[in-house]
Design a protein around this ligand. Structure first.
Ligand SMILES: [Zn+2]
Length: 340
């Protein structure tokens, strides 16, 4: 009787052992073919699979937080969701593709710094250190406008064109006032142009046409909205003539195009024509230009169209006359109330 019971127990133990071993073997085979993995869902759609959920999550989190340099942060509408599932072996996890998909739906916000003069943004740099080095150098050089220079932190979805600190200092530097010679009122200031960073300018009254050997024709007909001279915002180095966007701008005289293109410093898209003997004319805030540097142009030739590029509040051409690098009052030669 007792013997019988022992035999039964032994038999059932054997059966149980066999079942356990069989389960383990089947389990191993199953895990060999299938393995646990996370399916990743973004905006309700499965975008892929990852074996290492926390690594992928970390990568995405770091990306969203920005790089501490120019990428301030990345705005992502929805974060991916993870669900544990079994993936058939052979199908690979695609962490990189998932990361790319997240990147594609994100909006990157950049941070950078604007150097301002009179609260107007003049140039941009990538780091605060660069911005600081510009203001420090202007201070060291005792630039006359140092009290008006500032640094503003900016955010945006695009990065502006960065200038070198040397170039910015050259463009912003204003000589401290010289000990006064009594007779002639000569002022020195700086052009915002990146083309030739420093010019001096003379102020003389636009009563008589001054002979310069050439006749300047009006680049556009229109209302003069700002004349040459001191303005609240600083020295206005040219004449503003208002006309609707797209109005043709004509060369004031024949000459060679010295520059045609973009300036980040306030002129926007602009053209400079050299007429020989040190005489130059400049046309700024254009919508587009139709000439290239080095090209010969004839008087009255259409060189550009009126726009609103650069620092401007309305469509107009900013027209300058420069002689030997000195900015002149254009109304000495053109747009004179009595003579033209
Ligand atoms: Zn102007």
């Amino acid at each position: 009787m007792i013997k019988n019971i022992i035999v039964r127990i032994r038999t059932s133990l054997k059966v149980i052992t066999l079942i356990i071993i069989a389960t383990l073997i089947i389990g191993c085979i199953f895990l060999y073919v299938y393995r646990p993995i996370y399916s990743v869902t973004l905006n309700g759609e499965v975008v892929g699979y990852t074996e290492n959920k926390s690594k992928l999550q970390n990568e995405i989190n770091q990306y969203i937080q920005g790089d501490g340099n120019n990428v301030a942060f990345v705005q992502v509408d929805n974060l991916p969701q993870y669900n544990m599932c079994l993936l058939k072996k052979g199908n690979v996890a695609n962490d990189e593709e998932i990361f790319d998909t997240v990147k594609q739906q994100g909006t990157t916000y950049y941070q950078y710094y604007a150097i301002t003069e009179d609260e107007k943004e003049k140039s941009y740099v990538a780091t605060y250190e660069e911005a600081k080095s510009v203001t420090d150098e202007l201070k060291t050089k005792k630039s006359n406008n140092i009290s008006k220079i500032g640094i503003v932190k900016k955010y945006g979805t695009t990065l502006p064109q960065f200038d070198t600190t040397t170039k910015i200092v050259a463009a912003l530097y204003v000589k401290p006032p010289a000990p006064k010679p009594v007779a002639v009122a000569t002022t020195t200031a700086v052009y915002s142009s990146s083309y030739k960073p420093t010019y001096s300018k003379t102020e003389n009254s636009p009563t008589n046409k001054i002979a310069i050997g050439i006749t300047l024709n009006k680049p556009v007909n229109g209302i003069i909205t700002s004349r040459y001279g001191y303005r609240r915002s600083g020295f206005h180095t040219g004449l503003d003539i208002a006309q609707p966007i797209g109005t043709k701008i004509k060369a004031a005289a024949s000459g060679t195009v010295e520059y045609a293109g973009w300036s980040s410093s306030g002129y926007g898209i602009y053209v400079i024509i050299s007429h020989g003997n040190g005489i130059e004319t400049l046309y700024a805030h254009c919508k587009e230009v139709y000439v290239k540097a080095g090209q010969q142009v004839s008087q009255g030739q259409v060189i550009a169209a009126i726009g609103m590029t650069g620092n401007t509040t309305g469509p107009h051409v900013h027209f300058e006359v420069r002689i030997d690098g000195q900015c002149q009052n254009p109304q000495n030669y053109i747009y004179q109330r009595s003579l033209n």
